[in-house]
Design a protein around this ligand. Structure first.
Ligand SMILES: *Cc1c(COP(=O)(O)O)cnc(C)c1O
Length: 395
């Protein structure tokens, strides 16, 4: 093992803070015993705060993919049409999952360089006079590209079209990093996971639900067993679960929520925005291109960087790992070997970002990738300026 800490700078799983590791390092308890109710209730209530909802949040012991499936099987029936948007790799995976469940996705094609376009969604909904489309599904923070979709504007587009479809949003990598408001934005099912902005290890996933979604679940015809919201709701009311929850991850979730409350969600979002801006300043100084084409779509969670023609992103990542013990995210499917992704999310600060960007800059040299020096310097300028601006705002 190399000396010092490994830099896990992939866009999820993110670094788990020591405080959360300590909170999980505690005996697993009887999940049906009297002491558990407090743990369960704190987790279920705290999750509501993070999602910005007064309604329920269902917590599963599963990866995010499970919560994708849960959102669909609880609310839809075999053969239902769903409108999905090709923002990138994760949106494509959700669409494939929908197909395997016997749903009929209408896929609005995208170029993997921007967020979902509300006007394109509105246009498809207006064509659907018979209201065959039962749900609109959008990825909020597309982790394969670093593009953010405007969820509030998409809600307005659905309303303007006068369409009754459910609105489902995957914010697996957006939650607790960039602004998200389940109730205020009128989302019916929000899908998320533990291992990104929530700073936990992988293993928990979430469905925040609206009353409309719960009503749809009463008549939805797709088969469901493990994912059934119905079975969860009764036990959840008293802080319990119908089957064994991921007890130690719930200890961790409660600690993560405490940390987010202490920092304040607004400050957490501002920190991610600032780190995104600093990372992009570095990319620009290197003379490289950010995959996400429109500045207003660019994410505070990650930055996907395009490799100059003829240079392998995977070879660059292997060299970075070998020489500096740092992991960057790979390019997924369509952009495999063409991009690398810098994660700047979760338990992360200015100097971790500087170290990460220094790792990129040195590995670019080692890999013989043409670039200009000074990326870290450019990022430091943004970070330094940001700090004095923050201080000025506080005074
Ligand atoms: C990570 C991620 C997923 C997949 O989650 P798993 O936990 O790997 O199943 C889905 N969507 C987005 C946007 C993600 O970032």
């Amino acid at each position: 093992m190399p000396a010092g800490r490994h830099f896990l700078q992939i866009p999820g799983p993110s670094n788990v803070p020591d405080r959360i590791l300590r909170a999980m390092d505690y005996p697993t308890m009887d999940h049906r015993g009297p002491a558990f109710a407090e743990v369960g209730r704190a987790a279920l209530e705290g999750a509501k705060w993070v999602f910005g909802t007064e309604n329920r949040v269902i917590i599963y012991p599963s990866s995010g993919t499970g919560a994708w499936e849960a959102a669909l099987v609880n609310t839809l029936s075999p053969g239902d049409t769903v409108l999905m948007y090709e923002t990138g790799h994760f949106a494509t995976l959700w669409k494939k999952l929908a197909e395997r469940l016997g749903l009929k996705p209408v896929f609005i094609e995208g170029d993997w360089r921007r967020g979902a376009d509300p006007d394109a969604i509105a246009a498809r909904l207006k064509e659907d006079e018979a209201h065959e489309i039962k749900a609109v599904c959008v990825v909020h923070n597309e982790t394969s590209t670093g593009a953010v979709s405007p969820i509030a504007a998409i809600r307005r587009a659905i309303d303007a079209a006068g369409h009754p479809a459910l609105f489902m949003v995957d914010t697996i990598s957006g939650l607790a990093s960039i602004d998200y408001r389940h109730d205020e934005w009128g989302v019916d099912v929000t899908v998320s996971g533990s291992q990104k902005g929530l700073m936990l290890p992988p293993g928990l996933s979430f469905n925040a639900v609206s009353e409309k979604a719960v009503a749809a679940s009463k008549t939805a015809g797709l088969p469901k067993a493990y994912w059934a919201w119905d079975d969860m709701m009764g036990p959840n009311d008293t802080g319990y679960f119908p089957y064994t929850p991921a007890t130690n991850l719930l200890y961790g979730l409660n600690e993560a929520i405490a940390m987010l409350r202490e920092e304040g969600l607004e400050n957490v979002f501002a920190r991610h925005t600032r780190h995104g801006e600093a990372a992009r300043a570095a990319v620009e100084a290197w003379g490289l291109e950010v995959l996400c084409a429109r500045p207003e779509d660019r994410s505070g969670v990650l930055t996907a960087v395009m490799m100059p023609e003829g240079h392998s992103a995977d070879r660059f990542r292997a060299i970075a790992l070998e020489n500096y013990d740092i992991s960057f995210g790979n390019g997924l499917s369509k952009v495999a070997d063409r991009v690398f992704r810098i994660g700047h999310l979760g338990d992360f600060n200015d100097l971790m970002l500087c170290g990460t960007l220094a790792g990129v800059e040195m590995a670019l040299s080692d890999a013989g990738v043409p670039h200009r020096k000074g990326g870290v310097q450019a990022a430091m300028q943004v970070l330094g300026g940001g700090q004095s601006a923050l201080r000025a705002a506080a005074e």
